[in-house]
Design a protein around this ligand. Structure first.
Ligand code: GAL
Length: 430
């Protein structure tokens, strides 16, 4: 490759692929709660009133979010997923909430959520039907967008079931325009690439211009194999998807399942750390009314949330793998770097990893300050390129650190900063 061509590649990789959807929203990855993984399509309010999809569930979740520090930690959106509507549209063709489970209707629910200083999200589908078989928005984009705006909804998750895949892009773009035309800022969460991948490589420039975040891969389940498959898919496609992320538009690897049944505590730490590294929306799907203190503390960990919400808005990615370890790194504002070391070996005990082997460690020059955040918070003080810091990582757990270079020579720092390693995005073999 000629020098000029090489420079072009470098420049294109360093900046997000395109302008983000210009609705002023999602300048940082969205934080909140979404019902799907934990509560699915439970509509049986007669026998399971506490857990069925009803206005009560969202009101209770909002109450807890305010009382138990979630809102203060940054979790803001309370989001409804599938199975909320009635099977019939109303006489004017508008979507309506199931009258038995949402007796007050969505507008009243939105008022309630807003009275708590939170925001309300809702769900619909670009095609004929939602994935669970409720009315889809095809043929009703303007009407549905206006209905959501009239109800004062703040976020729309737009699914892609029952849609001609060749028309997916058009559908997502038209709904984006319809939302914009309402004049109400409504955060737009898409599943466009997920449904398009089987057909062709999605156009992430167009997706970023259309959506505030977008699902790329399968639904998350409450299991380590599911979380692992999401990480593997993300790493395998990082050259395509990472450059698309930035303020206003994010890759969405799906919900946090921390606080449920399927992940050990180490695995929960891995999900939290890596979702922060990936600049993912932090949408919890769990029961905040009944969550163990350790999971709560992890989800509310300010240092991890600070990485997630870093103002530079660059998505991190996998930079090295080998010896059953993976290193994921994310460049942060003020030339800092977050490093996550994931122990993929699911046997034996804790294993030591020398942080000096992380490709990003080169920013520690001549000196740096190191803070370990997971598995325990520890100030590791001033280090140098030559320091040998061994972190201990449990099976399927993650060590998370931040590295802050100490140098008065900004130019030198700039040369060595992590964006330099970003453009040479080859995996280091450990
Ligand atoms: C899936 C979607 C899930 C959930 C579900 C509802 O397609 O990926 O996140 O929304 O539909 O039926």
């Amino acid at each position: 490759m000629s020098r000029a061509a090489c420079l072009l590649v470098i420049i294109s990789l360093m900046s997000p692929a395109a302008e983000a959807l210009d609705n002023g929203l999602a300048l940082k990855p969205t934080m909140g709660w979404l019902h799907w993984e934990r509560f699915m399509c439970n509509i049986d309010c007669d026998t399971d009133p506490n857990n069925c999809i009803s206005e009560r569930l969202y009101m209770q979740m909002a109450d807890v979010m305010v009382k138990e520090g979630w809102k203060e930690a940054g979790y803001e959106y309370v989001c409804i997923d599938d199975c909320w509507p009635s099977h019939q549209r109303d006489a004017q063709g508008r979507l309506q909430a199931d009258p038995k489970r949402f007796p007050g209707g969505i507008k009243k629910l939105a008022d309630y959520i807003h009275s708590k200083g939170l925001k309300l999200g809702i769900y619909a589908d670009v095609g004929d039907k939602t994935c669970a078989g409720y009315p889809g928005s095809l043929g009703y984009y303007e009407k549905d967008a206006q209905t959501f705006a009239d109800w004062d909804v703040d976020l729309l998750k737009f699914d892609g079931c029952f849609m001609n895949r060749a028309l997916l892009g058009e559908g997502y773009i038209n709904m984006s325009k319809a939302l914009n035309n309402t004049g109400r800022p409504i955060l737009y969460s898409c599943e466009w690439p997920l449904y398009e991948w089987p057909l062709k490589q999605p156009n992430y420039t167009a997706i970023r211009e259309t959506c505030n975040h977008w699902r790329n891969f399968d639904d998350v389940f409450d299991s380590w194999s599911s979380v692992k498959s999401i990480l593997d898919w993300t790493a395998a496609h990082q050259d395509i998807i990472v450059p698309a992320a930035g303020p206003g538009g994010w890759n969405d690897p799906d919900m946090l399942v921390i606080g449920n049944f399927g992940l050990s505590h180490d695995q929960q730490e891995s999900q939290m750390a890596l979702w922060a590294i990936m600049a993912s929306p932090l949408l919890m799907s769990n029961d905040l009314r009944d969550i163990c203190p350790r999971s709560k503390e992890l989800l509310q960990n300010k240092r991890i949330i600070d990485i997630s919400q870093d103002s530079m808005g660059k998505q991190g990615y996998r930079t090295a793998k080998g010896n059953d370890f993976e290193v994921w790194e994310r460049p942060l504002s003020k030339n800092r770097l977050a490093i996550a070391v994931l122990n993929k070996l699911e046997t034996g005990g804790p294993r030591g990893f020398n942080i000096g082997a992380a490709p990003g460690w080169k920013i520690c020059g001549p000196q740096c300050n190191v803070t370990q955040i997971l598995p325990q918070y520890k100030e590791m003080g001033v280090q140098t390129q030559q320091s040998k810091i061994i972190v201990s990582v449990n099976p399927s757990g993650t060590a998370l650190l931040t590295v802050t270079p100490i140098s008065s020579d900004f130019r030198r720092l700039h040369k060595l900063n992590w964006q330099g390693t970003f453009v040479r995005r080859k995996h280091t073999i450990l």
